[in-house]
Design a protein around this ligand. Structure first.
Ligand code: NDP
Length: 331
């Protein structure tokens, strides 16, 4: 009997570059692993755009199935935590870079990388959250670990219309923070206010090199941009403030000075989602299940088919996606 086939996006090496295709594969093609998951849904994050475009050489071996996130059902497992039928999520751990990821009907992987999908979320809702939403909550928890509280003052969120930004705004507003959304798309004001932003600021105000110490404004910030934006945020944090820094949408450089650290005691808190410990992931998904407004999540999400991921990749890298994208993988 021939093995069941399923659709997949595959990235092959081509000369010095790479070639992306959409084709059918079967289970025998999957790399080894102690758990087999039938993928129901995935998503498109900024990093998925990077993997699909090859803009930064992140892929460690070819051929590669990209997709840094997946949600699905365990079909088979040798791992002590998982049984057939369990509803699971995977984010990061090198999926799509070093290990075949979520853009295929099935994924064989290490059961250590899975967390249980909270009962409150369907597979599609879990992927509407995905790495972006889970990272947004990691950032909120990081600010609070540093002692930032709602009555301390305004919190700035950069990349506000993007995935991390949209979910961060809704989570912070729900916790009672006054959120200022920094965006290049001021036309998205109704959307950003609907998510919970109290006011908007043009990201152009942060985009160029600024003075090393500026007027103290932010009690905290969640930054997805890096580069001058992060440097200007540091220069305008209030005394003792914290920025949770997680992204590089403007750039991976960090042209800043020591003055805000040495003279205002600010904290730059790096946030990584890829290798976050399982316990932290469980805490984070539990907090998302307790707090995230599913109506708001729906209002920030669009759904596409697996084959359509290829053409969305350049759009997300160009900052043209609003909110989140769910990819329907299962049939
Ligand atoms: P999105 O593309 O959904 O959002 C990024 C947003 O950044 C855009 O929507 C846009 O928002 C803004 N933006 C675009 N270009 C620029 C620019 N040149 N300067 C400043 N802002 C810009 O991506 P995600 O939300 O998925 O990810 C955001 C960032 O966070 C990425 O760099 C990603 O790699 C990183 N990230 C890191 C993680 C980690 O583990 N460290 C995990 C998840 C994400 P607007 O139009 O509103 O300004």
């Amino acid at each position: 009997m021939s093995a069941e086939t399923f659709p997949a996006i595959i990235i092959d090496r081509e000369g010095d570059g790479q070639k992306v295709s959409f084709r059918s594969i079967d289970e025998t093609a999957l790399p080894p692993g102690n758990t087999l998951v039938r993928v129901e849904a995935s998503t498109v994050n900024y990093k998925d755009g990077l993997l699909l475009s090859g803009a930064i050489p992140l892929i460690q071996s070819f051929p590669m199935v990209p997709g840094i996130d997946l949600a699905g059902i365990v079909e088979w497992s040798d791992h002590p935590r998982w049984r057939p039928g369990d509803r699971v999520i995977a984010n990061g751990w090198g999926l799509g870079e070093r290990h075949w990821g979520g853009y295929a009907g099935k994924c064989r992987l290490d059961g250590d990388w899975l967390v249980a999908c909270p009962d409150r979320f369907s597979a599609k809702q879990a992927m509407a959250i995905g790495t972006a939403g889970y990272t947004a909550m990691l950032c909120v928890l990081a600010l609070e670990r540093q002692g930032v509280q709602p009555d301390d003052g305004e919190i700035l969120v950069t990349g506000a219309s993007g995935g991390v930004g949209s979910i961060a705004i809704s989570l912070l507003a729900r916790r009672g923070y006054r959120v200022v959304a920094a965006t290049g798309r001021l036309s998205e004001e109704p959307y950003l206010r609907h998510l919970g932003a109290a006011s908007l600021i043009d990201r152009a105000e942060f985009a160029q090199a600024g003075a090393p110490l500026q007027k103290e404004r932010w009690a905290g910030a969640i930054d997805t941009a890096g580069s001058h934006m992060l440097a200007n945020i540091c220069a305008s944090l209030r005394y003792g403030g914290t920025v949770a820094a997680t992204g590089i949408a403007q750039g991976a450089d960090f042209p800043a000075t020591m003055y805000p650290l040495a003279l205002r005691g600010i904290t730059i808190c790096g946030v990584d989602s890829v290798h976050a410990a399982v316990e932290l992931r469980q805490t984070t998904w539990k907090a998302l299940a307790a707090e995230l407004d599913l109506g708001l999540l729906k209002s920030m999400t669009n759904e596409i088919a697996l084959a359509d991921v290829i053409e969305v990749a350049p759009t997300i890298l160009a900052g043209g996606v609003r909110g989140r994208i769910v990819v329907e993988v299962g049939t």
